[in-house]
Design a protein around this ligand. Structure first.
Ligand code: DC
Length: 232
């Protein structure tokens, strides 16, 4: 079997508000690749803990509830995205601020990270499309360090805050900025997603609009995959 019968994995890391999610999805749509939003699994797990009133600060309780009830599924078709826990569709509810606020202590648990990372690798392997864009905080370094294409998507903090604030018009810009900063700080204690690891290409979207960012990412993918196939 040639190596190209395996899907091309495009790993994309980046901080909150860098546009990772929307950019990754648009890239997948354009290339007809699959798309895996890994943050959704951490969010869905946090949602489950809130739903079951589990104390997220108690690691043992979180692990017991997760092992018992976390039956997770996610749509990897970039045109048909959904997130489910058991039979419950949680696609929208996991975006709520209370869920976002509950993620950090859960994402810090090594057993949770190991389990979800393995789940992401399995999902990536099983795609029936020629490639899959996998986005998150630790994809280029932990989940898929061998990915054919690895990208760190960044933007200046001020720009990320403005973009995030535009997405959440119901909250004040100050509140959104504070939440984003707090989350970046909490998350960066777990994984360093602000600097590019060896072999990772940085795409800085500070001065790019959405379409330009999508095109910049596609350029990296095209260059990388062309180079790799020449080396076969
Ligand atoms: O990308 P997002 O905002 O949906 O991610 C939700 C949370 O999950 C975020 O606080 C960081 C965490 N996360 C993580 O620790 N590792 C990942 N691969 C993806 C998300």
């Amino acid at each position: 079997m040639g190596r190209h019968s395996l899907p091309i994995v495009v790993a994309i890391d980046g901080p909150a508000g860098s546009g990772k999610s929307t950019v990754s999805k648009a890239v997948a749509q354009k290339l007809e690749y699959a798309f895996l939003d890994t943050g959704a699994a951490y969010r869905a797990l946090a949602w489950l803990m809130l739903e079951e009133k589990v104390d997220t600060g108690n690691v043992d309780d979180v692990l017991v509830a997760a092992r018992r009830d976390f039956r997770y599924s996610i749509g990897t078709n970039p045109h048909g995205y959904f997130v489910k826990v058991g039979e419950t569709d949680v696609t929208d509810v996991i975006r709520r601020p209370e869920v976002t606020a509950a993620v950090a202590p859960i994402a810090r648990i090594p057993e949770v990270r190991a389990h979800l990372s393995e789940l992401f690798r399995t999902i990536a392997r099983q795609t029936d499309r020629p490639g899959i864009v996998v986005e998150g905080r630790d994809i280029t370094t932990v989940v898929a360090p061998d990915a054919e294409v690895r990208i760190l998507l960044t933007a200046d903090e001020q720009v990320r805050m403005t973009r995030r604030s535009a997405e959440i018009p119901t909250e004040s810009a100050q509140k959104v900025a504070d939440a984003l900063r707090t989350r970046d700080q909490a998350d960066s204690r777990v994984v360093d997603f602000m600097s590019a690891a060896d072999g990772v290409t940085t795409v800085d979207s500070t001065h790019l609009d959405f379409e330009q960012t999508v095109d910049a990412v596609i350029d990296v993918i095209t260059t990388r995959t062309a180079r790799n196939s020449h080396n076969d």
